[in-house]
Design a protein around this ligand. Structure first.
Ligand SMILES: Cc1cc2nc3c(=O)[nH]c(=O)nc-3n(C[C@H](O)[C@H](O)[C@H](O)COP(=O)(O)OP(=O)(O)OC[C@H]3O[C@@H](n4cnc5c(N)ncnc54)[C@H](O)[C@@H]3O)c2cc1C
Ligand code: SF4
Ligand code: SF4
Length: 462
């Protein structure tokens, strides 16, 4: 394998997650992150840059086999952490619970902890800005529904609450951090936080300015087509969507019954439960970025503190939302401990196995599933992971599920593209319903034909 890599090598090998770090580092006017034909953000720029192999790119792209892995970064960042765990990485303490002060919990996707920690860092005078993700003001004009931006006030931080399962990238905020000196926190999914840590390692300016990293646990990255598919299935025109909410909060329903809502330019809105959408089963992997097939960090192991949903009972049935939290930085742990004592946070200590259990499906896909996928022949750059290739451990049933998920996610990109080009939404919707019904039949009912038929009819609304 080549020692030095270019952005092109990573993109053409299906390993680009679209973080935007390479574009920020290029710092060239004609180099940017843009959507590809599948609605995924990819680096774009002149060939002289795109094809250029370099040491700095090879060291800082989070999917480059020449970059440092999460174990190395964790050991350097959190050398005194009392716990070192195979699933969670290094950590100081872990908790389950939610924010009890003000309305952070109601405004958040889960227990409101991400927005609370970001706000608390600012209230304590520890940062000047937070790089987080917000809805764009006019998505039809902007071309994207969500973007990273830097919040500089408490009110701005709070505008960012809620999870957006939509492609976003860091190039613009990393450029701003370069241009405007200050102390920043960055919120991001695990691979983005890894990209930030690699950049901090490479460049002292980023090391000094990015003082805190807040990680989100992650299942996978969706493409922008997920929103278009919502519109197709809810029978509203894509070009009239003004706001997208992936998870409306409803305290009277279980937290894991996701309901998506689209608000239109004329003020009307439509909504639907994910369960009734042809591509609404998160675990099936519709629109998943291909790089996610080669990810082994579920819980943002290189962040100062990371947050997920407590997907175990009794928490998953509590529609108000409950976080699991893994704290790695002693300073952030102090902030959290003080707030627990003051009654501002309602958090109970838990162990690593509890947190792992809340993400059981994510760990199966990125431990056993990844080990299996690593045995498949592939062309281009070979990912270097912490998981050893293994096709002996998974049962035949598990192998079938990993295979189905892989081809289903690949197929969803391709089928949507064809249906979109032909302007025939039903072509995609019928395919997705059949594929999801078959996936359910094999994943949960040993391929029982009646079960597949029932699920298909259910998805058709019959
Ligand atoms: C793509 C994706 C996949 C996820 N997968 C899982 C999973 O498998 N299991 C799990 O337990 N949790 C997952 N999460 C995290 C979960 O959805 C919640 O974000 C988390 O529990 C924090 O909730 P909260 O109420 O504390 O956050 P909130 O207070 O609602 O704050 C959310 C923060 O995240 C920022 N944000 C929103 N979208 C993005 C984004 N795409 N990238 C970076 N920052 C963003 C917001 O700006 C805000 O600062 C995922 C999140 C994302 C974005
Ligand atoms: S993963 Fe990030 S750094 Fe690597 S090629 Fe893609 S956008 Fe660039
Ligand atoms: S699954 Fe891994 S690679 Fe994919 S978006 Fe999440 S953290 Fe990034």
């Amino acid at each position: 394998m080549k020692e030095l890599l270019s952005p092109r090598d990573i993109v053409t090998s299906g390993l680009c997650i679209g973080c935007g770090s390479c574009v920020a580092q290029a710092n060239l006017p004609d180099t940017q992150m843009d959507f590809d034909a599948y609605g995924q953000l990819k680096p774009q720029g002149p060939n002289a840059w795109y094809n250029r192999e370099s040491g700095s790119f090879t060291r800082t792209c989070p999917f480059s086999p020449g970059s440092r892995n999460e174990d190395y970064l964790g050991a350097t960042l959190f050398p005194t952490a009392p716990h070192v765990d195979n699933a969670l990485g290094r950590f100081q303490a872990a908790y389950v619970g939610h924010v009890s002060e003000e309305d952070f919990r109601m405004q958040g996707s889960s227990g409101g902890m991400v927005t609370w920690v970001a706000t608390e860092l600012m209230r304590q005078g520890l940062i000047d800005g937070v790089a987080h993700v917000i809805a764009t003001e006019d998505p039809q004009e902007d071309g994207r529904y969500f973007r990273y931006r830097i919040a500089r006030t408490e009110a701005e931080i709070r505008e960012g609450a809620k999870s957006r399962y939509y492609p976003i990238e860091l190039s613009e905020v990393l450029s701003l951090i370069r241009e405007v000196p200050g102390r920043y926190a960055v919120v991001g999914i695990p691979c983005f936080i890894k990209a930030v840590q690699l950049l901090r390692k490479e460049n002292p300016m980023y090391r000094e300015r990015i003082q805190y990293t807040l990680g989100l646990f992650c299942g996978h990255m969706k493409s922008a087509r997920f929103v278009e598919s919502f519109a197709w299935q809810m029978n509203v025109p894509v070009d009239q969507i003004e706001q997208v909410e992936y998870r409306q909060k409803d305290p009277s329903r279980p937290a894991n019954w996701y309901n998506a809502k689209l608000t239109l330019r004329d003020g009307n809105s439509v909504n639907r439960d994910w369960w009734h959408l042809a591509d609404g089963d998160w675990g099936a992997g519709f629109y998943m970025n291909s790089a996610c097939n080669y990810c082994d960090d579920v819980v943002a192991e290189t962040s100062d503190i990371s947050f997920g949903d407590a997907w175990v009972e009794p928490y998953s049935s509590d529609g108000r939302g409950t976080n699991v939290v893994v704290v790695r930085s002693p300073l952030v742990d102090q902030l959290v401990t003080n707030a627990i004592q003051a009654g501002r946070l309602q958090l109970e200590p838990v162990d690593a196995r509890f947190v792992e259990q809340t993400q059981a499906a994510g760990f199966r896909q990125r431990r056993e599933g990844l080990a299996y996928r690593l045995t498949w022949p592939r062309s281009g750059v070979q990912p270097r992971k912490r998981v050893i290739p293994d096709d002996k451990t998974p049962t035949a049933q598990r192998k079938l599920i990993y295979r189905m998920r892989y081809y289903l996610s690949k197929g969803s990109h391709q089928m949507f593209r064809v249906a979109r080009n032909l302007q025939m939404p039903q072509l995609y919707i019928d395919w997705a319903r059949m594929t999801l019904a078959a996936y359910h039949g094999f994943a949960y009912h040993q391929g029982n034909y009646e079960e597949i038929k029932n699920r298909y009819n259910q998805l058709k609304g019959e």
